[in-house]
Unconditional design. Structure first.
Length: 293
């Protein structure tokens, strides 16, 4: 299995099941077993998913010495190596989701966007086989360093709609493998991918499309293809589906599978994951995933 460096957000996520969107006002709603809190965050989700798949993960992030930070440290125990810098408050998020899996996420990053990782937390980047650098500000300074190592740089820019998006441009410029969601580009996924391929040098671009599957672009053969969605179990909450798709693709691709085979396996991994509520739960081991495949 591969040695992968992951840099990204860790937070505490509170999920709340609702009847339907839009939400009608009421002063109180008794929601028995409908509210839960769990340590999460894109970086932590990816690090946990890759660890469950069997990779040797080093995870760099921020967490304070508060209740949320204690939860993050406890959740991160399955990860091979955790490098957490301190901060004033650990970020938190709230997720509202309905029976169809639709959701609304409120994220409070505290002051994380103004912080930089201490240099000693990433002084050994040359030792890794690949880098998952999530699109949080403190990952930005790692991009040229990871790229200089000659190992794959894999990034997820999530819900973008502009190929020249100022915040995400660095991540798209340095990524060898680029992931994004189709939430803001529905109906124009292929044209948007083609535009990205003209603007940035990524070798691979993948687009998560929910129940429509996933789209894959490979520069080597200048080909765009679609991986169909699969059904493994009844969906509960789609939060974290994109992180799961990203993680499983990374695992199989870095360990030698073709981009198409890697995304096909990732679609199964993500389908199974959304059968559980909580973005950092519901992950399969590699053996369990291969059995489903």
């Amino acid at each position: 299995m591969s040695k992968i460096f992951v840099s990204g957000l860790s937070n505490v996520e509170t999920s709340c099941r609702i009847g339907a969107f839009p939400i009608e006002y009421a002063p109180i709603d008794y929601n028995f077993f409908g509210v839960s809190s769990i340590a999460s965050g894109v970086g932590l989700n990816v690090a946990l998913a890759l660890s469950k798949l069997g990779d040797k993960i080093t995870f760099a992030s921020f967490a304070a010495d508060d209740t949320a930070g204690i939860a993050v440290r406890a959740a991160a125990e399955p990860i091979h190596e955790v490098r957490l810098a301190g901060c004033d408050e650990t970020p938190q998020s709230v997720v509202l989701y309905d029976k169809d899996g639709r959701r609304r996420v409120y994220t409070d990053l505290k002051d994380i966007q103004e912080r930089s990782l201490p240099a000693e937390l990433f002084a050994d980047l040359a030792d890794f086989d690949a880098f998952c650098l999530c699109n949080i500000n403190f990952s930005r300074e790692l991009l040229p360093l990871a790229k200089a190592s000659g190992k794959p740089v894999i990034c997820d820019v999530h819900c973008i709609s502009d190929a020249t998006d100022a915040y995400n441009a660095d991540f798209m410029r340095y990524a060898d493998v680029l992931f994004l969601s189709n939430e803001n580009i529905r109906g124009r996924e292929e044209s948007f991918v083609r535009t990205l391929s003209e603007v940035y040098p990524c070798a691979i671009i993948a687009v998560g499309m929910g129940d429509k599957g996933a789209m894959l672009y490979t520069r080597e053969d200048d080909r765009v293809s679609v991986i169909p969605a699969v059904f493994t179990r009844e969906p509960v909450n789609t939060v974290g589906a994109g992180d799961a798709l990203f993680s499983a693709f990374t695992h199989f691709y870095v360990n030698g599978l073709s981009p198409h085979e890697s995304l096909r396996a990732a679609a199964v991994f993500a389908s199974y994951k959304i059968g559980e509520s909580g973005a950092s739960k519901g992950f399969l081991t590699e053996a369990e995933l291969l059995k489903l495949l």
